[in-house]
Write a protein that binds this ligand. Sequence first.
Ligand code: ADP
Ligand code: MG
Length: 231
Amino acid sequence: VYEELHKKEKLAVVGQMATAIGHEIRNPLSSLKGFTQLQQERNPVGNEFYPIMIQEIDRINSIVDDLMYLGKPKEITFENARIEEIITYTLSITNHQAEGNGITVETAIAEPLPPLECDAQQLKQVFLNLIKNAIESMPGGGRIQILIKSVEKHKIYISIQDEGCGIANENLPNLGEPFFTTKKDGTGLGLLVTTQIIKDHNGELNIESEIGKGTKVDVVLPMSQGGIGKK
Ligand code: ADP
Ligand code: MG
């Protein structure tokens, strides 16, 4: 029956679930993380499992974040931000995962870039999702190229290109469907959340991919949202 639900109905179901259980999961999870970190500090010897435990707790946290984003009524707060800083921040979070997988990240920024009216918190989520997907597409290592530039008619263009497994043509229409994933432990929520946030910014998302060669994700965002503040 679930398969027959439309995308909107699926979202409503997910949204209700998220509201109901998101907060309940978050609190015990944060004390679990705190005590795990404390235990790690107290046991300087033989603590090789703690980083993995903490990483896994963070993973649950990010799944809960995605679910809660879906359940929230849309509230978006535009401010003046710098896209370079948003990307740099995101890379500081994914750095560890990239290094651990033998992945190098090259960022090319065409200077000078104007400020961007956006919800910076939400855009961090977008680039986190996209960069994680790029990393996860290259289990054997490789290179991610990020290009940021301003383009015609007051827009900012960001592309994220990987040399990973690529996406099969038959899967392209499913991208962004709730729970569509080809990964053993994927959630299939990343691109859904990403698409929604970009839509809220009146932006565009384009994905080009070739099996075995890699994937290029382009994001185009208007520099102005007609003023800062809540929308
Ligand atoms: P998840 O990452 O949890 O699977 P996403 O919504 O982020 O969920 O992505 C959905 C699916 O899209 C992935 O499972 C994968 O099949 C495909 N995908 C997205 N980005 C990439 C990429 N850069 N390279 C290869 N496949 C990708
Ligand atoms: Mg993902």
